[in-house]
Every structure is written in structure tokens, then in C-alpha cells.
Design a protein around this ligand. Structure first.
Ligand code: SAH
Length: 259
């Protein structure tokens, strides 16, 4: 087991955007970092909370191009912790939601390195708040599904039967580039064309953009409005309330809401 003199790795969730959506614990931990290893999606305002003189390592990836392999990254975390450093491994959103946090804690545990996880607001929660769109609702959605979409050998890898279940909200991470295929797949399998569907990019950030409408119409508008990554796809059953009406009473901005 690690002694008190060995270092430790903190897997910290950076939340979906700016630093004011960090947990207080995450902000405190960042302020004490000696080594900071971060991903591409982490906002500059969050990175600015680490000491100026801490060692900074960029471990991001864009599409399939990794700045560093997962194996090298695990090796770096282990080496710095064994050298007695306080290492902060900072990831967008929450480390345990599509963040490979599981692989990293496995590697740290195998190496006998101490670790701790500090949760972050996952993109789905940030987006739901920013859109005024509840992810569960006693009258509409009694379950919530988070999935990620991948293409393998030219085919979409998705559990379609799971997505077709009624009475739930489905949030699809990393799905923007596959939007047309996902919509076509859902419609072909009998999902009602009028199912409420929202696409939101850069959720919670000042540059947030969103499009809400029917499943069968939303993709065209998303392309027209040129929404960019990172983006989430959120599928009903609850339609997004008319943003114009909400804007009068809350801080939700009006964007593209189709009838
Ligand atoms: N661990 C992260 C998810 C990492 S996977 C979390 O818990 O949020 C990366 C995907 O997250 C992106 O492709 C996008 O689908 C989603 N994402 C992250 N930040 C986002 C944001 N601000 N707005 C919309 N989607 C976001």
C-alpha cells in the first residue's frame, strides 16, 4: 500500500464548461496541484485555477487522434505519483461518465498508487439545466439512459431496443457526427417521428447553441445552424417548453425551438 510519503492521483471532474460549475472540492484540489494532466474539453477558466508553476500535461484527443496513448498516460500518472507528487487528472464533465476514469483507476490500483475521485457535473446535467429541460419527470420520463454512439466497420453500434423504450429520456454523448444515421435508425425501427429531440452544443458556455424539435425534422436544422462539437443529443419524451415563455421567468435562453 502507498505510504504517506508517496503521491496521490486525484481524478477530478471539471464539469461541462466554465469554472463556476466546478465543485468546491474540485477547485480546492486544483489549487494544490503539483502536476496537472488535462483533456481538451476542459475550459481555460478551470485550468487557470491550478498553480502557475505546476507541471501541465495535455492528454487530449480530437476524434481519433490522441495526444498520448492511454497506456502512456497511465504510466505518467503512476510515475509522478511514485515521485511523491500531487497529481490532478482533470477531465471534462464527470470522470466516470464516458471519461475513461475506470481504466485509469484500474491502472493506478494495479500499480499500488493511491487515488481519489472528485465528481463533476456531467454534460447531460449541465445541458438539462441550461435548457430548462428536466431529464426525469413523474409524468413523462421515469428512467434516464446515457449512451454513446460509435461507428464500427461502417455500422452504428447502438442498442436500438434500449433507445426505443418509452417513458425515458435518452442522452447520447459523442453523437453529433452520427446524427443523421441515428435519426434514420430510430425512425426505421418505429420511433414516432414526433418524438421530442434536442441537440445542444457547448452547453452551459456563453457560445451554447441548441435546436429542439421533432425527431424527423431536427437534423436538417442542426446542419443549417452549423452546431459544432462538443454536443449532446437529448431525446424526449418531454418536449422542451416554449423557450420564449420560459425566458420571461428564468435564465434559459431562447434558441431554435421548432413546433
Ligand atoms: N466525461 C464527460 C463526457 C466525455 S465524452 C461528461 O461527463 O460530461 C465527450 C462528449 O461529452 C462530447 O462528445 C459531448 O457529447 C459531451 N459534452 C461534453 N461537454 C459538453 C458540453 N459542454 N455541451 C455538450 N456536450 C458536451
Amino acid at each position: 500500500m502507498p505510504s504517506e510519503h508517496t503521491g496521490k492521483v486525484y481524478l477530478v471532474g471539471a464539469g461541462p464548461g466554465e469554472a463556476d460549475l466546478l465543485t468546491v472540492r474540485a477547485a480546492r484540489c486544483l489549487a494544490q496541484a503539483q502536476v496537472l494532466v488535462h483533456d481538451r474539453l476542459v475550459d481555460d477558466s478551470v485550468l487557470a485555477l491550478a498553480p502557475r508553476d505546476c507541471e501541465r500535461v495535455y492528454a487530449g484527443k480530437r476524434k481519433h487522434v490522441h495526444a498520448m496513448s492511454q497506456q502512456d498516460l497511465n504510466g505518467l500518472l503512476v510515475a509522478r505519483a511514485r515521485a511523491g507528487r500531487r497529481v490532478v487528472r482533470l477531465k471534462g464533465g464527470d470522470c466516470f461518465v464516458f471519461g475513461r476514469g475506470g481504466e485509469e483507476v484500474d491502472a493506478l490500483t494495479a500499480a499500488g498508487v493511491a487515488w481519489e475521485v472528485i465528481p463533476g457535473i456531467t454534460a447531460a446535467s449541465g445541458a438539462a439545466a441550461a435548457l430548462g429541460l428536466p431529464l426525469t419527470h413523474r409524468d413523462h420520463a421515469q428512467a434516464l439512459t446515457f449512451v454513446t454512439a460509435h461507428r464500427r466497420h461502417g455500422r452504428l453500434e447502438l442498442d436500438w431496443s434500449l433507445l426505443l423504450r418509452p417513458g425515458q429520456t435518452v442522452v447520447i454523448y459523442m453523437g453529433l457526427s452520427l446524427l443523421e444515421d441515428i435519426v434514420a435508425g430510430l425512425l426505421a425501427r418505429g420511433k414516432p417521428p414526433a418524438t421530442p429531440f434536442t441537440v445542444v452544443s457547448h452547453a452551459t458556455r456563453p457560445c451554447q447553441q441548441s435546436v429542439s424539435g421533432r425527431l424527423d425534422r431536427v437534423a436538417a436544422l442542426v446542419r443549417e445552424q452549423r452546431l459544432t462539437s462538443p454536443a449532446l443529443l437529448v431525446m424526449g419524451p418531454q418536449p422542451r417548453a416554449a423557450a420564449g415563455a420560459m425566458a420571461a421567468v428564468c435564465n434559459v435562453r431562447e434558441e431554435y425551438v421548432l413546433a
